[in-house]
Design a protein around this ligand. Structure first.
Ligand code: KIV
Length: 265
């Protein structure tokens, strides 16, 4: 699984064989420049999910339910999950939270919408937890995660994302559950892995979380290309003949000569 937020990237990932494209609410940060995911709206999610769905031929399109689209009520959760499927063509939705959101998970699943859980570091709770850091380091919080994982599965979730939890705990939960786990900063023993693509391609900021492997330096390469473009345009090295339309045989004599005789020049 990788995150995707637009048509072009979705097409490339789909053709590479990525199984699942997650339209994460991380788009608030990596696409829209917010400092966290809290300002992401249903409108943002629908807009980006539509684009990804158009680019995905084989991959499953999974859309995040943004902050306050499911927390207030079961009714809101079903209506908003339905919008992501109906209007944006997501095939499944994901929401953050454990036992406290099982009524929402149950109701969405009852509406025949596959729903994925998300435990461990839950970015929509950033103001409660006071920052982005590894979770479940003590027994109590590790036990809560295990209980939440079991509850989320029982409520009908089809998979579970585990974010920033110790590898041993993720392995334990993966063994315990029947549904697949997908890890991000959760070690190698989850059933699947997910990364934010701007992180794996070094396109977002200078800070790289410990759990991210940089597969390419695309951010640097893009900057080099933009610098070359600026230089070429300033030096008139671009566009060259190969990038120009000639207008066809005799154009300069017929059309340009006529224009010059009328307007001068
Ligand atoms: O929003 C997102 O991109 C996510 C992943 C980090 C799992 O939820």
């Amino acid at each position: 699984m990788l995150t995707a937020y637009d048509y072009c990237t979705a097409r490339i990932m789909d053709s590479a064989g990525v199984d699942c494209l997650l339209v994460g609410d991380s788009l608030g940060m990596v696409m829209l420049g917010y400092e966290n995911t809290l300002s992401v709206t249903m409108g943002d999610m629908i807009h980006h999910t539509k684009a990804v769905a158009r680019g995905a031929k084989h991959a499953l399109v999974l859309a995040d339910m943004p902050f306050m689209s499911y927390q207030q009520s079961v009714y809101d959760a079903v209506v908003n999950a339905g919008r992501l499927v109906k209007e944006a063509r997501a095939q499944a939705v994901k929401l953050e939270g454990g036992a406290e959101f099982c009524p929402q998970i149950e109701a969405i699943a009852k509406a025949s919408i596959p729903v994925v859980g998300h435990l461990g570091l839950m970015p929509q709770s950033v103001n409660k937890i006071g920052g982005y850091r590894g979770q479940c380091k003590e027994y109590e919080s590790a036990k809560k995660l295990v209980d939440d994982a079991v509850a989320v599965q029982k409520a009908g979730a089809v998979a579970l994302v585990l974010e920033c939890v110790p590898a041993g705990l993720a392995a334990f939960v993966t063994k315990l559950l029947k549904i697949p786990t997908v890890g991000i900063g959760a070690g190698p023993d989850c059933d699947g892995q997910v990364l934010v693509y701007q992180d794996m391609l070094s396109m977002y900021g200078d800070f790289r979380p410990k759990f991210v492997k940089a597969y390419e330096n695309i951010g640097f390469n893009m900057k080099q290309a933009f610098l070359k473009y600026i230089t070429d345009v300033k030096n008139k090295a671009f566009p060259s003949d190969e990038h120009c339309f000639s207008g066809g045989a005799g154009y300069d004599e017929e059309v340009m000569d006529k224009l010059k005789s009328e307007y001068g020049g």
